[in-house]
Write a protein that binds this ligand. Structure first.
Ligand code: ATR
Length: 272
């Protein structure tokens, strides 16, 4: 029996268990996916305990993604981002990955959106935006970070710029008016639109040559994505990002191709 799981606090509403269990069923694997909610001061003990118990792999979510970085051997991208969301216990010390970042790329790939040579805009400068911005800076030609709090956009852009080939700029939300009309790729990595019908990007800026990814997945169809579709843009909803971080984690842990369709069906049936 293989045991995988998730540590975070809280983890009660996580969609990872049904998504991963669907993969095990599809591939007829003898495996379980379990959620754990350690106290915030017990995360080091939890990682050590998981290794000692022979747990195969753990996803990591809020508030532990940064803490876990120093408890594992992070791959270079996770180290640059400063956050780990997937731990593989098959080595000692366990290896840490950031599949939120890899998932962004796979979500675009899946929709036929190539990032090479593109001009990208990331809205937001929090934890989600950090994984997105580092990923885009590895693939795109230009990345602009726009955030309500300009200082946070500047700080994120400076971190990303330090070891990226892309040209990285930053500004407030007012800079969207300059950047979005000429952009190829737009990612909303703010929480705007979550459980509300708001958008961080005025609809008038959107256009048909844009690919828009919204990291918000509740609701799946956000106002930003509706506006983007109406403007003729390619749209990628937040469930794809959630799906592909899970797909990449599964593939790291098992070395097998993930059954993407079965995982997607399970995820979307739980999202309603
Ligand atoms: P996460 O880990 O999900 O990225 P976070 O670190 O709290 O969460 O970041 C939330 C992001 O959404 C931030 O970029 C935040 O902007 P600020 O840095 O200015 O706080 C952005 N955000 C949240 N509510 C917003 C709103 N009403 N308008 C614009 N941006 C908002």
């Amino acid at each position: 029996m293989h045991v995988f799981g998730l540590i975070g606090n809280p983890v009660g509403h996580s969609l990872s268990p049904p998504m991963h269990e669907a993969a095990y069923r599809e591939l007829d694997m003898d495996a379980k996916y379990v959620t754990f909610e350690p106290d915030p001061d017990a995360v080091a003990a939890a990682i050590e305990g998981a290794a000692a118990l022979g747990i195969d792999g753990l996803n990591v979510t809020i508030p532990f993604k940064q803490d876990v970085l120093s408890l594992v051997d992070p791959d270079p991208l996770a180290a640059r981002i400063g956050a780990v969301n997937t731990v593989d216990f098959s080595t000692s010390p366990p290896r840490g990955y950031n599949t939120d970042a890899a998932g962004v790329r796979r979500a675009f790939d899946h929709h036929g959106v190539g990032l090479s040579g593109t001009d990208a805009v990331v809205v937001g400068a929090g934890g989600a935006a950090r994984a997105v911005a580092f990923t885009l800076a590895d693939a795109c030609e230009r990345v602009h970070v726009a955030n309500r709090t300009v200082e946070k956009a500047d700080a994120l852009a400076a971190d990303v710029r330090a070891d990226a080939d892309a040209t990285v700029t930053a500004g407030g939300l007012d800079t969207l008016a300059d950047r979005v009309p000429t952009a190829d790729v737009l990612v909303n990595a703010t929480s705007v639109g979550m459980e509300s019908d708001e958008t961080p990007v005025p609809a008038t800026l959107l256009h048909g040559d844009l690919a828009v990814l919204d990291a918000v997945y509740a609701p799946v169809e956000t106002r930003l994505l509706r506006d983007a579709a109406a403007a003729g843009a390619t749209t990628v909803d937040g469930a794809w990002m959630l799906l592909f971080q899970g797909v990449v984690a599964f593939e790291r842990w098992t070395g097998r191709d993930a059954p993407v369709e079965a995982m997607n069906d399970a995820l979307r049936s739980h999202l309603g």
